[in-house]
Design a protein around this ligand. Structure first.
Ligand code: SAH
Length: 215
């Protein structure tokens, strides 16, 4: 899978390739679904694990904010795959927080991580996964060098901007039907710079009731 992403020019970073090779996506997708094909996979509760090329793209966009000792927040952590990648990158001296509003998914993500090479970070406490409304971020460990949002919002939630460290970067899909992946850099003076990376298709960042409607 990682070899193909390299061949097609999606992965250019050695560090990102190493992390995605180390963390086995097969442990994070439901049994019987294709783990190593470049496609999103349904994980229940009207959610999906993102396609590997999206994980790779977001890791590369955030790579500079994922050095050992840094802090990262993963909103809409779902299976925990990307949260686990963050933990491998920032290491035991760093801090990674995943937040999802579906308790069953948070339980599942903890079990997935426990089976993986990221298990020790969970055990020692540099990685934690929580149930909560990710639109509020996770104040406890703020501010964050890196914030990733894994579901599409109609606008950037203010608490997430507030919890981004000066010098930090957020990657967030914005929009409803037509969505764009936005990269938001907070300058040292607190001002914000936004650029559009690419068009994307994510599940919405919404309330639990909205997400589970008709489920
Ligand atoms: N990065 C995850 C993506 C999962 S899909 C992965 O690749 O596994 C998006 C996730 O966002 C879903 O798990 C969904 O439950 C979650 N989500 C949607 N709205 C949310 C909200 N307001 N707060 C927290 N999580 C939310």
């Amino acid at each position: 899978m990682v070899e193909n992403l390299k061949r097609y020019g999606v992965i250019s970073s050695k560090r990102v390739a190493q992390v995605m090779e180390a963390l086995d996506r097969g442990l994070f997708v439901p049994v019987g679904s294709s783990a190593y094909v470049d496609t999103p996979v349904p994980i229940g509760y009207n959610a999906t694990i993102s396609a590997p090329h999206m994980h790779a793209t977001c890791l590369q966009l955030l790579e500079d904010k994922l050095h050992p000792g840094m802090r990262a927040l993963d909103v809409g952590s779902g299976t925990g795959y990307l949260t686990g990648c963050f933990a491998l990158m920032v290491g035991a001296e760093g801090r990674v927080v995943g937040v999802d509003h579906i308790p069953e998914l948070v339980d599942m993500s903890i079990k997935n991580i426990e089976k993986s090479v990221a298990a020790s970070f969970l055990k020692k406490g540099s990685l934690s996964l929580h149930v909560g409304d990710g639109r509020k971020g996770w104040q406890e460990f703020a501010p964050y060098d890196a914030i990733h949002v894994g579901a599409a919002a109609s606008e950037i939630p203010q608490p997430l901007l507030d919890q981004l460290k000066p010098g930090g970067r957020m990657v967030i899909p914005l929009g409803t039907y037509f969505q764009e992946l936005k990269v938001i850099d907070k300058n040292e003076d607190g001002s914000i710079k936004v650029h559009t990376e690419t068009s994307v298709r994510y599940v919405p960042l919404t309330s639990r009731v909205e997400q589970l409607g008709g489920f």
